[in-house]
Design a protein around this ligand. Structure first.
Ligand SMILES: Cc1ncc(COP(=O)(O)O)c(C=O)c1O
Length: 288
């Protein structure tokens, strides 16, 4: 459920009254980037990592920061207070700004547009976490830089809808070599029968999920064996467990891929343990 007060280009406004210019390049070309940051007990989880990723996305697209990083953090705090947000998400979008429609970058200085909204209760149901979810696969059809958190999400939107129509929670993209890259809005993980936990390595083929990074760190600190490398659909189908991670789905067990049951068909011990570790991390305020 989205919440009342947003921050739009320098002003706090009621979200239902908030407006963007029709010439905004985010609206015209999807020329912008975004972040989704979890709020737990009114605290922002892994804030620095999100802002570092934002900084990288902006730099890759040559979009300037619309304001100083510490000012952005102050605005987040204000929005959390004004919306009385305890648990939910902050959504932030920065576009290249407003200019006459023309594909190339504006040649005069344009101020990047900034929109921040908050939402409450953005998480999947307890039932899904208890029972696990189904995943389907489709051929990778995104651009070659999904490591940039761009707002150009049409292939991801279509992939999520594909999952929905197949009564599934997520679609995993299959690269040309039949390895899984990631989900439409989540990172993909499997657990091999001998306990090795595998998720694809960072690079240009996946978005470097903040939850993924935190999970790698939490799992290794707990003595679990994590390898960052590609895995194939075949590996996934014969895995002991599978799961997905993201800011909004946390650690979600996967019990079926393309109609084939994974492991016991129930959420596995590794996914459950990681979810617990992550929840404990969030309860502590998410700061290390
Ligand atoms: C394509 C994609 N991969 C992975 C993720 C997970 O990233 P994070 O853990 O930072 O939410 C997302 C989240 O939006 C995503 O869109």
């Amino acid at each position: 459920m989205s919440s009342g007060i947003a921050f739009v280009n320098g002003r706090y406004v009621f979200k239902k009254e908030a407006m963007v210019n029709v010439e905004d390049r985010g609206y015209q070309f999807a020329d912008g980037v975004y972040e989704v940051i979890a709020v737990s007990n009114s605290r922002l989880i892994d804030l620095d990592a999100h802002l570092d990723r934002l900084s990288r996305s902006l730099a890759e697209l040559e979009i300037a920061w619309p304001l100083k990083r510490r000012v952005l953090v102050l605005i987040f705090s204000k929005l959390i207070k004004r919306n009385n947000l305890k648990d939910g998400n902050i959504y932030l979008q920065i576009s290249r700004g407003v200019a006459n429609r023309n594909h190339s970058f504006p040649k005069t200085r344009v101020r990047p547009s900034l929109v921040i909204t908050v939402s409450k209760f953005g998480r999947p149901s307890d039932k899904k976490f208890r029972e696990g979810v189904k995943v389907v696969t489709m051929q990778e059809n995104r651009w070659s830089r999904p490591d940039i958190k761009s707002i150009a999400l049409l292939p991801n939107v279509l992939a999520k809808e594909f999952a929905y129509k197949k009564d599934s929670f997520e679609t995993w993209f299959l690269d040309v070599d039949q390895t899984i890259t990631e989900g439409s809005s989540t990172n993909a993980w499997i657990v091999h029968p001998k306990g090795e936990i595998v998720t694809r390595e960072l690079g240009t083929k996946i978005l470097g999920g903040i939850t993924r990074a935190r999970m790698v760190e939490l799992a290794r600190s707990a003595g679990m064996f994590v390898t960052e490398k590609p895995f194939s659909l075949q590996d996934a189908l014969s895995a002991e467990e599978a799961f997905i991670t993201s800011t909004t789905s946390l650690v979600m067990p996967v019990i079926e891929i393309d109609g084939k049951t994974i492991g016991s068909g129930r959420p596995g011990p590794v996914a459950l343990k990681l979810k617990k570790l992550y929840e404990e991390f969030c309860i502590k305020g998410g700061v290390k």
